[in-house]
Design a protein around this ligand. Structure first.
Ligand SMILES: C[S@@+](CC[C@H](N)C(=O)[O-])C[C@H]1O[C@@H](n2cnc3c(N)ncnc32)[C@H](O)[C@@H]1O
Length: 497
């Protein structure tokens, strides 16, 4: 068993020597646990786990096994925080709001080790006590010891029985699957609104969706066409992807160890996200007829995932692409992502440009210029909760209030910037009705120069498998529990010629 699990396991073969002496580990908690705790504390202050954890792992110089333990401990604790807080409230006999923040994170981590990671009770408790002592002083040790003992007395199934209310449904699912109640309700409505559940089947459907958010997402890779081959990724240990012709999936290991990923010819990208870019590139456009080069626009490109695939497709089809992003920092990320494509475009005499600016200005600044426009709108990200474990706790219903006008403004600008016969793809990584179908409906209501075309057919056309269950149409919604992708929404609009 790993050092991080509180002991040594020779069955797992030779391992690097820990840099921390055993006495130190039992006094302050193991390095893996201290690392996870530091990340949880930073996340509590606003940091992003996916950015903070790699830095913390590097700083702690953990070996592979302890790094994997710290990663599972951090992500698993963040995901199941809602359930663990209910358990801790019961076990401590007091609300979690009455516990010191550092101690609460120690207890959440302890609950995760005992209830989900099969760490022996005594090891989890000893380590929790040591960690609590080091972060909050000796006074915390007694409480943590008592709470850990109580948590260990019951299995996870028994804890579910005790802390999950039978009714109302949203509260039940909220505790059982560890999501805020407002997200449970919004996702249930979205499943019905997108036509993949009825009011009779929605309870089961939303439970499946919430459960899917608690399973780590697969590491999907894209081999950017013209720059890398899927075979190159397969040769590096990945297996064939499920939907995208350019996808491969890694079962484990560091994607950065693959040369094509290091060079930016391939990248980590959800397959749903790949399909959206491919659907826009494949959508029929009409009316140009002058033999002129097609002009493509990615209006909200940062950090550049879809732009990377669009740029490769633009090069393959002999089109030009502008990738725009409002934030300087994120525009720089787009530049880095597009570096190999920028070189290839220069060689091919194609125009590929990264711009920094407000996408809402394109309609006025460049009316009717573009043939294909992607609006991958800023959104709540409720479709990507399995990748961003803390996002469910950080997002608020009030976020939708600010995003709504921005999403509508960007879609209007995209339509204005599209020439007659051209197409606009409106996408979000959220299935929330307020940022998907309602946005499209509101914008279409006020215009007669644009029609919605079948996004489901386009996605099915570019996908390698039989892609179904995308909803009532004409827009399409992908789901983690149905398609194994992030919850991506796509509506495709054609400007009337
Ligand atoms: C969902 S992300 C785009 C993800 C990107 N397409 C990808 O695949 O990597 C939305 C982006 O829109 C940017 N954004 C927000 N407001 C904007 C605006 N008014 N104009 C242009 N970009 C904006 C955000 O900074 C963010 O990078």
């Amino acid at each position: 068993m790993s050092d991080a699990r509180g002991g040594g396991d020779r069955r797992r073969g030779p391992r690097q020597k820990s840099r921390t002496a055993p006495a130190e580990r039992s006094r302050r908690g193991s390095p893996a646990r201290r690392t996870a705790h530091a990340v949880l504390q930073a996340v509590g202050e606003g940091a992003y786990a996916n950015l903070e954890l790699p830095k913390a792992l590097r700083r702690a110089r953990l070996d592979d096994r302890d790094a994997a333990f710290a990663t599972e401990l951090t992500y698993g604790t963040l995901r199941m925080q809602g359930f663990y807080d209910a358990v801790i409230t019961e076990a401590a006999g007091r609300a979690t709001s009455r516990l010191d923040g550092g101690v609460l994170d120690v207890l959440r981590m302890g609950a995760h080790q005992v209830l989900a990671m099969r760490v022996p009770d005594h090891a989890a408790a000893d380590q929790a006590v040591a960690l609590a002592r080091s972060v909050a002083g000796p006074g915390a040790a007694g409480l943590v010891n008592a709470v850990m003992r109580r948590i260990s007395e019951s299995s996870v199934a028994e804890w579910r029985e005790r802390v999950v209310p039978v009714e109302p449904l949203a509260e039940r699912l909220s505790i059982e699957h560890s999501h805020p109640v407002w997200i449970v309700k919004a996702l249930r409505q979205a499943l019905i609104g997108h036509g993949v559940a009825t009011s009779e089947t929605a309870d089961n459907a939303v439970a499946e969706l919430l459960a899917a958010h608690n399973v780590p997402a697969p590491v999907s890779l894209v081999a950017r066409p013209g720059l890398a081959e899927v075979d190159e990724l397969l040769g590096a240990g990945a297996h064939v992807g499920r939907w995208s012709p350019f996808a491969a999936e890694l079962d484990g290991g560091d994607p950065g160890a693959i040369a094509a990923v290091r060079d930016g010819r391939a990248a980590v990208q959800d397959e749903g996200s790949q399909l959206l870019a491919l659907a826009l590139a494949a959508a029929p456009v009409s009316g140009r007829g002058d033999g002129a080069t097609e002009q493509w626009l990615d209006l909200c490109a940062g950090p550049g995932g879809k732009a990377g695939l669009l740029a490769a497709e633009a090069l393959a089809q002999g089109a030009d692409l502008v990738a725009n992003e409002i934030s300087d920092h994120r525009a720089e990320l787009v530049r880095q992502t597009l570096r190999p494509a920028l070189t290839a475009a220069q060689t091919a005499g194609r125009h590929l440009e990264v711009r920094t600016g407000d996408g809402r200005e394109f309609g006025v600044d460049e009316p009717e210029r573009y043939d294909r426009v992607l609006v991958d709108a800023p959104c709540t990200g409720l479709g990507a909760l399995r990748r961003r474990p803390e996002a469910r706790w950080r997002r608020q219903p009030s976020d939708l209030v600010g995003l709504g006008p921005l999403q509508r403004g960007l879609l209007v600008a995209a339509i204005e910037a599209t020439r007659p016969g051209g197409v606009v793809a409106y996408a979000t990584c959220s299935p929330h009705l307020s940022e998907t179908t309602f946005v499209v409906r509101d914008v279409l209501k006020k215009r007669d120069d644009v029609e919605q075309i079948e996004a489901r057919d386009l996605l099915a056309h570019v996908a390698t498998g039989g892609l179904t269950d995308l909803g009532d149409g004409p827009h399409a919604q992908m789901w983690p529990h149905i398609h194994g992708t992030d919850g991506m929404f796509l509506a495709v609009l054609r400007k009337r010629a």
